[in-house]
Design a protein around this ligand. Sequence first.
Ligand code: SAM
Length: 334
Amino acid sequence: MEAPLIDPFARAISYLRVSVTDRCDFRCLYCMSENMTFLPKAELLTLEELDRLCTAFVGMGVEKLRITGGEPLVRRGIMTFFRAMSRHLESGALRELTLTTNGSQLRKYAQELADCGVKRINVSLDTLDAAKFAEVTRWGRLAQVLDGIAAAKEAGLKVKINVVALKGFNEDELFDLAAWCARDGHDLTFIEVMPMGDMGEEHRLDQYWSLKDLRARLAERFTLIDLADRTGGPARYVRLAETGQRIGFITPLTHNFCESCNRVRLTCTGELYMCLGQEDVADLRAPLRASTEDALLKQSIRNAIARKPKGHDFDYSRQNVAGQMTRHMSHTGG
Ligand code: SAM
């Protein structure tokens, strides 16, 4: 048994978020520009390399793997990777294998995901209006996503819907979204929008809607009971007394969860981010490719974790970089 990964502040690293691709079949306004330049294939970790890396982390105490992207389900051969990871669930080393998806490919993959031991998934969905959905995702079709969510449910997967709160866009759908989730048995979490993607340029969706405000709106209709539930992450939860529904809030810009931070994030090129709000990054691809043995890789992981900072103050000025959200942050559903 290997020594677990413990950072300098005695936090055990048990949660790894892995981006398996930078590509996506949607172009959400707040996330990507319409003409994205994606990474050349040689830069990306192969599925075998992703397996080796994740397996190394699992061997060192990671119990929860969240697969994300880009859109994870558009990566060619991705089910090979899920099948490979399911062996860690079977051995008991991994407690949870999950993913965050835009839902477009769920009709195709939900059953196979369930067969691999995936129990819960996060699906990002900002509106239930087909025209607005087409607008915000640029390339997405609502019907396909709703069908994907239905497929997930049929396969027995528990679905959490992640909604980015956008003033003037889905403000008027707050109660409809909540009611739809309650009726279909989905959990619901709102995410505060971060200034990324094309929002600033297009001025169409640049209205920041604070979750404080959203919460106050909910409180006009429901009695909100604050819950103590923590998932080791940034979400805070309330229960609506009248319906029993649980609703989460993720405010990426706050940092009051650092003390319990158990997570690190790996990009599709093998960079390990130890903290959302700090740029410090460790390259794991070089040690991975330098040797077929894992000793060097594992030492590089330990060296990186030894640099995990105590916490962060979010610096807005650094967020002016255009481009993909996933390259810059990890605290949202993704
Ligand atoms: N393609 C997958 C999906 O749609 O969930 C995974 C990657 S996506 C980048 C992960 C999450 O980040 C989604 O819930 C998305 O809505 C959210 N996100 C993207 N850009 C954001 C922004 N500027 N502010 C807040 N959340 C954002």
